[in-house]
Design a protein around this ligand. Structure first.
Ligand SMILES: CC(C)(COP(=O)(O)OP(=O)(O)OC[C@H]1O[C@@H](n2cnc3c(N)ncnc32)[C@H](O)[C@@H]1OP(=O)(O)O)[C@@H](O)C(=O)NCCC(=O)NCCS
Length: 168
């Protein structure tokens, strides 16, 4: 049941036949189709055995949202198994009805059932709706620093430095 709206939300494991619904919903949210990305992700998710960690939400039989997550061992310098939430999306028509919360609640239950204690996710700084939602749902900034290296810019800077040194 949605937290405050009384909407009946059914959460179930994601299935291969959800692929098009997932791609279409993601495209509606992000403005671009990511067919290959989701084909691979769903394929990966379907091969996992045991309790599902990629989920779909339905409201009145309609596809209302989904999340893709995976379990890993030994990343982030951790010894214990942990999980990463890769993608979460709720259809704009079904937002504010507890769909996102229901998806996360089921994921937490399934992960705890697998003995997993930590769920990681990364959010774009621009995705403030997700940042706000995750904050309300109890996520907090991780004690890690994310670093990027722009390889092309780095190479160009190196070439410039070499040229300057050559001039001296
Ligand atoms: C963020 C998102 C998942 C929220 O889903 P939702 O089903 O509307 O959220 P819920 O109705 O379950 O809300 C649960 C709680 O989070 C809060 N919440 C939801 N969206 C929020 C936001 N943008 N900022 C702050 N809090 C938010 C709700 O108020 C509620 O808390 P409350 O009960 O204390 O009021 C949804 O808006 C979404 O899919 N956004 C786009 C995500 C995206 O870009 N995904 C990447 C591509 S798929």
């Amino acid at each position: 049941m949605g937290a405050t709206t009384g909407t009946q939300v059914v959460v179930r494991g994601l299935r291969p036949r959800d692929l098009e619904a997932v791609i279409a919903l993601d495209a509606r949210i992000t403005g671009r189709r990511r067919d290959e990305y989701f084909r691979k992700k769903l394929d990966q998710a379907m091969k996992e055995t045991g309790i599902q960690v990629s989920l779909a939400a339905e409201v009145d039989g309609g596809f209302a949202g989904f999340l893709l997550s995976r379990v890993f061992y030994g990343e982030f310098g951790e010894m214990e198994a942990a999980a990463v939430l890769d993608t979460l999306g709720v259809h704009p028509s079904f937002r504010g009805k507890g769909v996102g919360r229901a998806l996360l609640a089921q994921l937490r239950t399934n992960l705890l059932g697998l003995g997993i204690r930590m769920l990681h996710t990364e959010v774009s700084w621009d995705a403030q709706d997700l940042v706000g939602f995750f904050r309300v749902e109890g996520f907090r900034p991780a004690p890690r620093i994310c670093l990027d290296l722009d390889l092309e810019a780095h190479r160009e800077r190196g070439a410039e430095r070499e040229a300057e040194e050559g001039e001296v």
